[in-house]
Design a protein around this ligand. Structure first.
Ligand SMILES: [Cu+2]
Length: 181
């Protein structure tokens, strides 16, 4: 084998290994669809087991249902999941997350993204390296804009985040932790 070919093969091997390593720590989006929903529908439970401190939700099954809405008027820079504020989510490696997200805010755009980003979140925070919803418009009369997504959690154990990439939102508190354990 000539030297050029050997080097090209070695480079390909390195790239392949990196891609594999990235996949293990990355969330992957499998499906996504925009919906319109109602404020009331977004109070549905996610079916997680609430932690003793009421700050976490644990999911034993690898099929995780998450209903994620934005915070109320007096706490707009936050999420609510199963009534909890920015709860820490405990999921199994490689879980399939069936997420319904809706922006129930009356005057701001929001999204929810999942990634390896960690606080403090830099401004501007981009969508690069994370998956999740588009920036969804605020409610219009009774109409609530949402997105239904199927997202695969990383297979590598670790601490990841969910957050809003609208400028200034994550640094202001619009984020939570998701732990793959
Ligand atoms: Cu936001």
């Amino acid at each position: 084998m000539n030297q050029k070919l050997t080097m090209a093969l070695a480079a390909a091997l390195v790239l392949g290994t990196q891609a594999l390593a990235q996949n293990k720590t990355a969330f992957q989006i499998l499906a996504s669809k925009k919906i319109t929903t109602s404020d009331k529908a977004m109070n549905a439970t996610s079916g997680g087991k609430v932690g003793a401190d009421k700050k976490s939700l644990s999911f034993a099954s690898k099929n995780v249902k998450l209903v994620v809405r934005t915070g109320p008027d007096n706490d707009m820079m936050s999420y609510r999941i199963q009534g909890l504020r920015n709860p820490t989510l405990y999921v199994k490696p490689g879980s399939t997350l069936h997420i319904t997200f809706a922006n129930t805010d009356e005057d701001m755009f929001h999204n929810v993204r999942f990634g390896a980003n960690k606080p403090p979140f830099q401004t501007p925070l981009t969508d690069a390296g994370s998956v999740g919803s588009d920036k969804l418009p605020h409610t219009k009369e009774e109409k609530v804009f949402g997105q239904v997504m199927t997202i695969k959690a990383p297979t590598k154990l670790g601490t990841y985040s969910y957050f809003c990439t609208v400028k200034g939102h994550a640094p202001a508190g619009m984020w939570g932790t998701i732990i793959v354990h």
